[in-house]
Write a protein that binds this ligand. Structure first.
Ligand code: AMP
Length: 283
């Protein structure tokens, strides 16, 4: 597996691959890899003849009081895992390579960031859209694979891809969970064993909401307040949002009359955790 630290080397490699008729799948990550990331690599390998992974903890998507400096890292282990999965190249730039002195171009979307995580993380999606656009220009993939765990991010990237004519096949991949339901996340490393029990309230909430809808509940507020009480009953939890929204626009629904996204963000100890599920009412 090739490892590139410079954008120019990465791009040269991709251009050469394209010249000899290869197609490229791309999996961008912030490292500290788990089975969720590895599932994206596997999917990518099935779509294209070669696969590139990137690891970059992108500072511009972290707010001032967020966990940029605490973000877990284990590059040696990550490299071994990516190699074992059969990736062809790893792009591993440092901060200066991506944001050199006098860097000044950012990409902001008009509407999608005004919902869900974007409300409490106002600069987050500007950082995400900027880094993903830069990585797309450096890696020049034919397909890029993103996890449905970050549902809003996936929608932001689909929009970015359409709006800026990248022409990349954006592929969503299902949430990978621990056996007890907890969605895998690099941030789970922050949880103590007691907090981890409380973290289960997120995935359990998804199932509860689904049950309520399946037994006929159609008022979003009733479901939300039920779930709020449920999560509040766990220690160490602080709810950021509970949302019942349209999966495409992310606008909140008052009454459930079609498939919707049930999404939530909860601070559990030092970890801000998110989870979501698409739920279809049975009519
Ligand atoms: P991150 O390293 O957290 O920026 O995530 C890199 C990619 O992995 C993103 O596309 C995430 O949506 C995806 N991802 C993270 N956790 C999971 C998971 N549990 N299941 C599926 N994809 C995931």
């Amino acid at each position: 597996m090739e490892i590139f630290k410079r954008s120019s080397d990465m791009r040269e490699w991709s251009d050469q691959m394209h010249r000899v008729g290869e197609t490229i799948s791309f999996v961008p990550t912030m490292g500290y890899l788990h089975e969720g990331h590895l599932s994206l690599i596997e999917k990518g390998k099935n779509i294209s003849s070669s696969l590139v992974v990137s690891i970059f903890v992108n500072p511009t998507q972290f707010g001032e009081n967020e966990d940029l400096n605490a973000y877990p890292t284990n590059i040696e282990r990550d490299i071994e895992l990516i190699k074992k999965k059969g990736a062809n190249a790893l792009f591993l730039p440092d901060k200066k390579e991506i944001y050199p002195e006098n860097y000044q171009t950012y990409i902001s979307l008009e509407y999608l960031p005004n919902h869900l995580c974007g409300i409490s993380r106002p600069i987050h999606f500007r950082g995400v859209a900027t880094i993903v656009a830069k990585l797309f220009n450096i890696v020049r993939p034919d397909a890029a694979i993103f996890g449905a765990k970050d549902f809003q991010q996936l929608q932001v990237i689909r929009q970015l891809n359409r709006d800026l004519n990248f022409g990349i096949n954006i592929v969503g991949s299902p949430i990978v969970r621990e056996s007890d339901g907890l969605a895998m996340s690099s941030r789970n490393a922050y949880l103590t064993s007691e907090q981890r029990q409380s973290a289960l309230s997120l995935s359990q909430s998804l199932l509860k909401a689904k049950e309520m809808v399946e037994s006929g509940e159609r008022y979003a507020n009733i479901i939300k307040s039920n779930i709020r009480n449920f999560i509040d009953s766990f220690p160490y939890t602080q709810i950021d949002y509970i949302s019942i929204c349209d999966p495409d626009t992310l606008n909140e629904l008052i009454e459930i009359d079609r498939e919707f996204l049930f999404a939530l963000a909860v601070q559990v100890g030092k970890a801000r955790l998110i989870d979501n599920m698409l739920i279809k009412p049975i009519s």
